[in-house]
Design a protein around this ligand. Structure first.
Ligand code: SF4
Ligand code: SF4
Length: 218
């Protein structure tokens, strides 16, 4: 069973995974299903006091963790003779900031969570404290129930946490565009200012760390 194969490759208490029907996507001529994996990093995020360098290191470490899990899953699919493709994480360009395959959109369709007011995937178990990865496969399999309703309700923690007021405070629905939720280009420009002094974007994340869903319990 493919579910067992996926479980043995990426499963665990710190991981969520789900399958999404790809019929909406440009990849559908070749691949039927996206397996979307959310790797939690909530237990290791330095939240109080805020530590940008520490947060950056956590993000980097869990980027490696999800990459390793996705590589393991791809290898096991290869061994099982299941045609697959690992879509790149990188965005097409700095203007649109859109990746060829949106992990967040796939995760919503797979039933892993909704899009928060901060435009991040919010899972019930780990909140936004996850790193996402995906593998597209040719085979069809049972898919998750897409999430169609925001769980943010009246919360405004991320809206208030953004130092530059980039988040507009709108509750997401499946037809909400990213620019209706936040000024993502200004957010990216602000974070890019850091490159000159540090050689990388500012990790920021105030809007992620403020989210009550999946917040570290003391
Ligand atoms: S990443 Fe930072 S700048 Fe961008 S919306 Fe979140 S808190 Fe604001
Ligand atoms: S902080 Fe509140 S409004 Fe923002 S994403 Fe989390 S639950 Fe939604």
């Amino acid at each position: 069973m493919i579910e067992e194969l996926i479980d043995s490759a990426v499963g665990g208490e710190d991981t969520l995974w789900g399958a999404a029907d790809l019929s909406y996507s440009e990849f559908y001529d070749r691949y039927s299903t996206a397996i979307v994996v959310a790797q939690a990093y909530d237990r290791y995020v330095p939240e109080d006091p805020y530590d940008e360098q520490g947060y950056h290191e956590v993000m980097s470490r869990f980027r490696d963790t999800i990459d390793q899990k996705i590589a393991r899953l791809a290898q096991m699919l290869e061994q099982a003779g299941i045609e697959h493709y690992v879509p790149p994480v990188a965005q097409r360009d700095e203007q649109s900031l859109i990746a060829p395959f949106s992990f967040k959109h796939g995760a919503v369709l797979a039933g892993l969570g909704w899009i928060g007011k901060n435009s991040l995937l919010i899972t019930r178990k780990f909140g936004p404290r996850v790193r996402l990865g995906a593998v597209l496969i040719r085979d069809s399999m049972e898919c998750g129930e897409p999430i169609v309703k925001s769980g943010c309700r009246n919360c405004r923690a991320c809206v208030d946490a953004c130092p530059w007021g980039m988040i507009k405070g709108i509750n997401w629905t499946p037809t909400t565009r990213r620019d209706e939720l936040l000024d993502y280009q200004r957010c990216n420009a602000k974070r890019r200012e850091y490159i000159e002094s540090h050689g990388r974007k500012h990790t920021c994340g105030y809007c992620l760390l403020a989210c009550p869903w999946g917040k570290k319990r003391k």
